[in-house]
Design a protein around this ligand. Structure first.
Ligand code: NAD
Length: 333
């Protein structure tokens, strides 16, 4: 198939070119992010491959359909950036990569939590300046503390296990679907409000939906345990960043590690080191000594990229052959 890639980075080209030796698709790499304007670049390409911050709203999809695109392949798990109802109306099939490496994201989550709590990022910066003072680097440790995992699917399940079995936390979990193996491991399911109120550490692993939008907000922050630590490697809009800033300013929040941010589409994946950042909320977040931000990096391991490439290219092969698409998204998700 002819597949037009959007938001292409070097690591995408490398992993897809390597995997494509076994598939033989014709790939066109475009650097711009996909939206209603750039969608015209895909005219004549029957398949389009998009990433997390490409904007596949109704008008972008209409432009793609007009150009002859019949397949949108998301090279990611989350699909909150696609208007699935519009895609269905326009006769565009949408596939994703539901599970490429939950280990990549869960390991990164634990890494962020450890760095946040033990202030490893700050220690590294100090040592580079020959400052070996330990003042201000006091950690709380993980052992014996109450960790709350919101969403115990592929990624959250691994995080919950690591926190419980690896670090000896008491783990609370919240999900519509309870995992008996996690319960057997000593993890306790509670309503999300209870989790957010009782946990010393909260880590988010549910998808972004209307129900989970701003799950962490002024009310939940006011009810949270003073000094609690928050980690979000799921989707930025699970957290109300304005409310988070207020809670950080008041000292209620002990620390925050974010790999995702609600307005990240204007920032992440680009080198903006010579630009003036216009997002005051994001810039304020960066000023807190107890906030650690990474740029949507949790997925980025070699095995993950290999799995993403193979699953995506297999979907294109199946689509071209008229075979069923196991990773196809319907309007119900
Ligand atoms: P998954 O579908 O396996 O698990 C998600 C879980 O959340 C499911 O068990 C589901 O029942 C649960 N859930 C849904 N609504 C909920 C709610 N209101 N409250 C509590 N739980 C709820 O997904 P996954 O593979 O574990 O991925 C989780 C999220 O991680 C994805 O949605 C994606 O946004 C994000 N992600 C981020 C990165 C990154 O690089 N930072 C990479 C991959 C995935």
């Amino acid at each position: 198939m002819r597949i037009a890639f959007f938001s292409t980075k070097t690591y995408d080209r490398n992993s897809f070119d390597e995997a494509n030796r076994d598939y033989g698709h014709e790939i066109g790499y475009f650097e711009p992010r996909l939206d209603a304007v750039t969608a015209t670049l895909a005219a004549g390409w029957p398949a389009v491959c998009a990433f997390v911050n490409d904007r596949l709203d109704a008008s972008a999809l209409a432009a793609l359909a007009e150009g002859g695109t019949r397949l949108v392949a998301l090279r990611c798990a989350g699909f909150n950036n696609v208007d699935l109802a519009a895609a269905e109306r326009l006769g565009i099939a949408v596939v994703r990569v539901p599970a490429y490496s939950p280990e990549a994201v869960s390991e990164f989550t634990i890494g962020l939590l450890l760095a946040l709590d033990r202030k490893i990022h700050r220690a590294w910066a100090r040592v580079r300046e020959n400052n070996f003072s330990l003042d201000g680097l006091l950690g709380l440790g993980l052992h014996g503390r109450v960790a709350g995992v919101v969403g115990t699917g592929r990624i959250g399940g691994l995080v919950a296990r690591a926190l419980r079995l690896g670090f000896g936390c008491e783990v609370l979990a919240s999900d519509h679907v309870q995992d008996p193996a996690l319960i057997a491991a000593g993890i306790r399911y509670v309503p999300v409000e209870q989790l957010l109120a009782e946990a010393d550490i909260v880590t988010l692993h549910c998808p972004l939906t209307p129900e989970t939008h701003h799950l962490v907000n002024a009310a939940s922050l006011a009810a949270a345990r003073p000094g609690f630590q928050l980690v979000n490697t799921s989707r930025g809009a699970l957290v109300d960043a304005d409310a988070l800033i207020d809670a950080l300013k008041s000292g209620r929040v002990g620390g925050v590690a974010l790999d995702v941010y609600e307005q990240e589409g204007d920032l992440f994946f680009e080198d903006l080191s010579n630009e003036i950042i216009q997002d005051d909320v994001f810039q304020r977040l960066l000023t807190f000594p107890n906030v650690l931000v990474t740029g949507h990096q949790a997925f980025l391991t070699r095995p993950a990229l290999q799995a993403i490439a193979r699953t995506t290219l297999q979907s294109a092969t199946d689509f071209a052959a008229g075979r069923p698409l196991p990773n196809r998204l319907g309007t119900s998700g």
